[in-house]
Design a protein around this ligand. Structure first.
Ligand SMILES: Nc1ncnc2c1ncn2[C@@H]1O[C@H](COP(=O)(O)OP(=O)(O)OP(=O)(O)O)[C@@H](O)[C@H]1O
Ligand SMILES: [Mg+2]
Length: 365
């Protein structure tokens, strides 16, 4: 078992998950209940919504399945939600599978050959599909045909198989890992962006209504502003604040309730949690702002290297608190300010993080 496996079963799944963008195993039911069902119901992502609306409308008027759609973006921003909306808007059946579930080309052939005309095939985590399956998918996407190889060695023959026209909806958190030929076969790519606080506030108000939780606008806004631009986190914080309101308050999620509850769960005004702050603190106070290697930093905060890299760092980089440089991790001026400390004169400027893309955590180790 690798340390990453340990991580997923341990830290990530346990107490650390409150502001983690990844879904927790026990969240699927509540997430399904909170999913917008149509483009009109979707909050935020206005550009994607407009573009996709057009693609679907045009396909409907032609009476043919639309181009294949690739949804890319960080976890918890609505890729699965959008895939379901696409099927609903097309009034088409939806088949759901994922990259890790398709290890052999035969797995994919079985799915493809059982599709009905116009069906939407949602392939989640498409970057984790095996190479042979990927090659079969190219052909299916382009020509609606696959070659099924029967037999082995010199006697093997490829039997061509027609597939009814379908729409592939691929989702990935790592579009950079997709091979060019696969990416090119999508007629439309939607990049989901982090949400604004106003949008998250709308999402919290909507979710509260669905969950039958009384909430004030100020309470919703407080939750929204600590949610790291991510609807999944907003919905999760709302449920924790609701618990607090029911047990220690009058059941209403208000500004003060939200503040008190999130203080209890150690999620601060910026959405940083205990680990995020520990990383910044170690970086500034113990290593004088860096540069310091990831391994050393992880030891200093008593966490696995992967937890620091995959859970804490992406958000710290996005907030401009931390930069990944070829020589190691560096605190920016904003990080020093966040801790209420004075930055040394040579502290990294806040613009630096964008040089080192969060998409590729292997950069600048
Ligand atoms: N635009 C939105 N409006 C309202 N709720 C949203 C929106 N986007 C996402 N959500 C909510 O956030 C939760 C997570 O969304 P979703 O599962 O679609 O994310 P994802 O991008 O597929 O994440 P992952 O990469 O982990 O698969 C869902 O429960 C959904 O209700
Ligand atoms: Mg998803």
């Amino acid at each position: 078992m690798t340390s990453r496996d340990n991580n997923e079963n341990g830290d990530l799944a346990a107490g650390r998950a409150l502001v983690a963008a990844e879904a927790r195993a026990d969240e699927s039911t509540v997430e399904a209940a909170l999913r917008p069902r149509s483009l009109a119901e979707l909050i935020g992502q206005s550009r994607v919504r407009d573009q996709l609306g057009l693609v679907l409308e045009a396909a409907r008027s032609r009476g043919r399945p639309p181009d294949h759609v690739l949804l890319s973006g960080p976890p918890g921003l609505g890729k699965t939600t959008l895939a379901m909306i696409i099927a609903t808007e097309l009034n088409a059946p939806l088949r759901v599978t994922s990259g890790p579930a398709i290890q052999h080309a035969g797995d994919l052939a079985a799915i493809l050959s059982s599709l009905t005309e116009g069906e939407v095939l949602f392939l989640d985590e498409i970057h984790r599909m095996s190479r042979p399956a990927e090659e079969m998918l190219y052909m299916a996407m382009e020509d609606f045909r696959v070659d099924v190889v029967v037999g082995k060695g010199p006697g093997a023959t490829a039997i061509p198989l027609e597939i009814p026209p379908f729409t592939l909806v691929g989702a990935t958190t790592r579009s950079g890992l997709l091979p060019g030929p696969l990416r090119d076969r999508f007629g439309f790519t939607a990049h989901l962006e982090y949400y604004e606080v106003d949008e998250l506030e709308q999402i919290v108000l909507r979710s509260a209504k669905l969950l039958d939780v009384p909430v004030t606008r100020e309470g919703a806004r407080e939750i929204a502003s600590r949610s790291r631009g991510t609807p999944r986190i907003a919905n999760r914080l709302l449920r924790r604040v609701r618990d607090y309101a029911q047990v220690r308050g009058d059941g209403v999620v208000r500004l003060e309730t939200a503040r008190a509850a999130l203080a209890l769960y150690e999620v601060d005004e910026e959405g940083l949690d205990r680990l995020d702050r520990a990383v910044l603190d170690a970086l500034c106070r113990r290593f004088n702002g860096g540069p310091v290697g990831l391994g050393t930093l992880a030891v200093a905060v008593g966490e696995e290297r992967e937890t620091v890299e995959e859970v804490a760092e992406p958000f710290l980089v996005r907030k401009g608190f931390l930069a990944r440089t070829p020589r190691g991790r560096v605190a920016t001026q904003a990080a020093w300010r966040q801790l209420g400390l004075t930055a040394p004169a040579d502290a990294a400027a806040p613009t630096e993080p964008t040089l080192f893309d969060v998409e590729d955590p292997d950069d600048g180790r």
